[in-house]
Design a protein around this ligand. Structure first.
Ligand code: FES
Length: 155
């Protein structure tokens, strides 16, 4: 069993909020993703049992949303916004410099597998450009030194 008792209890509590059990599949995926870092085939099988659906139904949802992953992922996902406002304030140069700092290409993983670095479209923080996010945490008004410090402080 890969889904913990704690996660199962949280999923049960989400299911109770919906008139149809399946309605809680997205919150359940967030819960298991938070706990396990990805949704493996075994996780999909266990979720399918809980939701009384097919594992393929679970994986269809996983593959549709880019915030879910079916394979193990680096611990930290760092995305630099390269949309217009951020680009005008140097985000493309910042991204290139961070690629060099981490020795990765855009949308690559560091050699130790800890950090994924990539670019992303507008993240809705244009007034604080340039910005990047680490997971769900936004870092704004960046310059290269600030960005390097953020990366250095990742565990
Ligand atoms: S353009 Fe970067 S947050 Fe909007």
């Amino acid at each position: 069993m890969v889904i913990s008792e704690d996660a199962r209890a949280r999923i049960a509590s989400e299911i109770a909020k919906y008139p149809v059990k399946r309605g809680a599949l997205l919150p359940a995926l967030h819960i298991v993703h938070e706990e396990l870092g990805h949704v493996s085939t075994q996780t999909a099988v266990e979720l399918a049992e809980i939701f009384e659906i097919r594992p393929g139904d679970v994986m269809e949802v996983v593959s549709f949303y880019n915030m879910f992953h079916a394979t193990p992922q680096p611990r930290h996902h760092v995305h630099v916004c390269t949309n217009l406002s951020c680009s005008l304030r140097g985000s493309r140069e910042l991204l290139r410099a961070l690629e060099s700092y981490l020795s990765v290409d855009d949308h690559g993983n560091t050699a130790d597998g800890r950090i994924h670095l990539g670019h992303e479209e507008c993240l809705g923080a244009c007034a604080y450009a340039p910005m990047l996010r680490v997971g769900d945490v936004y870092h704004e008004d960046l310059d290269l030194e600030k960005a390097k410090r953020i990366l250095d402080e990742l565990d």
